[in-house]
Ligand binder design. Sequence first.
Ligand SMILES: Cc1ncc(COP(=O)(O)O)c(C=O)c1O
Length: 377
Amino acid sequence: MEGSRPVTGIDDLPVRDELRGKSPYGAPQLDVPVRLNTNENPYPLPDPLVERIAERVREAARDLNRYPDRDAVQLRTELAGYLTRTGGHHVGIENVWAANGSNEVIQQLLQTFGGPGRSAIGFEPSYSMHALIARGTGTGWISGPRSADFTIDVEASVKAIAENRPDVVFITTPNNPTGSAVPPETVLALYEAAQAAKPSMVVVDEAYIEFSHGKSLLPLLEGRQNLVISRTMSKAFGAAGLRLGYLAAASAVVDAVQLVRLPYHLSAVTQATALAALEHTDTLLGYVEQLKDERDRLVTELRAAGYEVTDSDANFVQFGRFEGEGAAHAVWQKILDRGVLVRDNGVPGWLRVSTGTPDENDAFLDAVRAIKKERNA
Ligand SMILES: Cc1ncc(COP(=O)(O)O)c(C=O)c1O
C-alpha cells in the first residue's frame, strides 16, 4: 500500500508516550510441580459447586441471544447479603457494584475519580496494579512511603497526602506483597488527611480480608461518602478464573461509576457462575479456615528455620531477609531448583510464598530448610 511501511513492533505504532518501553503485568509462569507464586486458592471448586455452576450456566445459555442484566441486580443483592452477614455492617444493593475482577473495579474507580490531570497515591511496596491501572487511565502516580517494617507510617503518609493532594488514595489491607493488615486508626487518619487536602476518594483494597486475623473495615463506610472498599471472589471464594470483583461504598459512588462502565460489562455467564459460587459460601469459607491454619504454620515454621517473616493476615507470607544485591533472587532460584515456584516481587531482601495445600507447603518448607542448612554449612 502506498505510503505504508511494515510494522515491526510496538515502537512503530503511535502508542501513548507513557506506554512506550513498558512491559505488561504478569507473574512469570513456569511449569513446575508446586506453584506458590500468584496468591491463588489451591483448592479446586468442590463437585457440588461445579454441578451448580453447570446448571446455572445452562439456564443462562438459553438467553444468550439477549444482553445480560446490565445492572447485575441479583448478583449485587447476593453480594450485599454476603457483606452484611460477614462484614459487621449493613450493605444494600445500592451500595454494591461488581465488575470483571477487582482490577476492573479499580480501573472504573480511576476512570471516574482519576484521569488526566489528576493523581493517585499508594504506599509502596503494595499491589503494583494500582500504579499500572493509574498509568493506563492517564492518572498520575505518587509512590507514598512505608516504614522499614512495612507498616504505614501515619505521620509520613499524612504529610505525603497533604503535600501531593492526590485525587485517589489506595490503602491495601492486608497488604500485598507484605501480608500485614492496616489498623483502622491508620485508615481513618489517612481518610481525614485526604478529606482535608482535597477532598479525595480513599480506596481500601480488601482483596485478602477473609484471611485476616482481624475484621473488615466495612463499618467505616458509615458516614464516609468518599470511602470505597474493594473486594474480590478471586481469593477466598477460590474463583480467580471467574473474574469477579466488587466494591461497597455510598450509593453515590455506585451511581458515579455507572458513568464509565461499559454497557453489559458483566456477561450472563459470569453472573450465573458468581451466583452459584455465592450459594456455596459456607463451604468455600471453610477452605479459608484451613488456609489460615496453613498460613500460620508457614509463618511459624519459617521463623523456626531461621527466616525473618512479616506478620501475615493474607493467604501468602513474605519472608527473608536476604542481604546483598540479588540475594533474594538467588534464593528464589534455589527454591525453584527444588521444584517450588515462589514470587520475587522485587522487594529487596524479601520473597513471597502463597499458601498452598499442606503437601505443597511441606515441599516449600523442605526446600527452604535445606537451603538454610546449605548456607549455614
Ligand atoms: C491487593 C490486590 N487487589 C486486587 C487484586 C486483583 O484481584 P482480581 O483477581 O479480583 O482482579 C489482587 C490480585 O492479586 C491483589 O493482590
